[in-house]
Design a protein around this ligand. Structure first.
Ligand SMILES: N[C@@H](CCC(=O)N[C@@H](CS)C(=O)NCC(=O)O)C(=O)O
Length: 339
């Protein structure tokens, strides 16, 4: 058993001075609220260091010195820099250091990626999946993509059906929490992860504006833009038939009506759909309006206001936009090459 360091009580003045210095720190930490001089602690210390004169009934501030006894310590007094410490301070320091390490770790995305597992089941040919992908990548939220190829029917396997009985993508699994519906996933991610607040604002009115658009989106922008894609791209592939121009014109007219509403209602006096900054609503909308590009069609051609909005969205999310749309652009380019 090594000899314990000799602990010399401080004089009264110094005790008072250091007690005042420590009082705030100790009060702020739950460990510090334990009555100093806890008997269990004393017994334990007493067993380890039976010759210690210093850990008495009340916490006493000590000067820790070498093992040469009090006389030697007086001689060395002037040469040696004295380390002042009390039991309370020691436990405070340990607690503060632990808290700091934990804080650093939980704000470190690489560490968090190892302790939590965020998985998203996506097919990037799906508009809502791209919206989720863009939010994750442009905010560098650590995640793993599990590709579910809709064209191969991978959304109908027993395994995937367990995740989402609706057999649709996107699906998110954050640790053991499974969530479907792009709208819910985007809002969950924006609320749960440390990303800029503008994506899904906390302020009730600003948040309500986002909810207002996303509610409208699912019965307007989404079905009308998707219909153009289905008629012009999917149906001809699946049935090996020509595009039905009359039906397509009807769908385009309906989409135009929706685009007018987007401009006059949502973009009337603001750069993004729900205010001055980009939100999850813009991601849902832009990904939907890009879908008809698969056939080489730009549905915003006659809508300069919406074109400027799309450029703003692209600029705000940077390379994530291209990453999410890479497959769609490949299909578009193949389609154009055939014409
Ligand atoms: N309301 C859902 C729609 C999801 C959805 O319709 N996903 C499509 C791809 S865009 C899908 O998985 N379709 C597969 C199928 O219906 O078989 C959302 O926004 O997440």
């Amino acid at each position: 058993m090594p000899e314990p360091p000799q602990l010399t009580p401080l004089d009264v003045e110094k005790q008072r001075f250091y007690s005042q210095l420590l009082s705030d720190v100790r009060a702020s930490h739950p460990i510090a609220k334990v009555e100093p001089g806890h008997p269990a602690e004393e017994t334990h210390f007493g067993r380890l260091y039976p010759r210690s004169r210093s850990f008495g009934h009340r916490p006493t501030l000590m000067a820790i010195e070498g093992n040469d006894g009090p006389d030697a310590s007086i001689k060395k007094k002037k040469k040696k820099k004295r380390k002042l410490i009390s039991r309370g301070e020691l436990s405070d320091r340990i607690a503060v250091t632990t808290a700091l390490i934990l804080c650093c770790l939980v704000t470190d995305p690489v560490f968090m990626a190892t302790v939590r597992s965020l998985e998203v089941y996506l097919d990037l040919l799906s508009q809502p999946c791209r919206a989720v992908h863009i939010l994750l990548t442009c905010n560098r939220i650590p995640h793993k993509v599990q590709t579910v190829a809709l064209r191969k029917g991978e959304n109908r396997t027993a395994e995937f059906t367990k995740l989402n009985p609706m057999k649709k993508v996107p699906v998110m699994v954050d640790n053991s929490f499974t969530l479907t519906e792009s709208d819910a996933i985007l809002k969950y991610l924006a609320s749960k992860y440390d990303i800029p607040e503008h994506w899904y604002p906390w302020q009730p009115e600003r948040r309500a504006r986002v909810d207002e658009y996303t509610a409208w989106h699912h019965t307007n922008t989404r079905p009308h833009a998707a219909e153009v894609f289905i008629l012009e791209v999917l149906v001809p592939i699946q049935t090996s038939s020509q595009v039905d121009q009359v039906v397509l014109d009807g769908a385009l007219a309906q989409l135009d009506d929706t685009l007018d509403k987007l401009e006059s209602m949502f973009l009337r006096r603001q750069p993004f759909l729900c205010g001055d900054d980009i939100t999850v609503a813009d991601l849902l909308a832009v990904c939907e309006l890009m879908q008809p590009a698969a056939s080489g069609r730009d549905v915003l051609l006659k809508h300069p206001q919406l074109q400027r909005w799309r450029s703003r969205v692209q600029a705000a999310v940077g390379d994530s936009f291209h990453q999410a749309h890479a497959i769609l652009f490949t299909i578009r380019d193949r389609h154009r090459a055939k014409l």
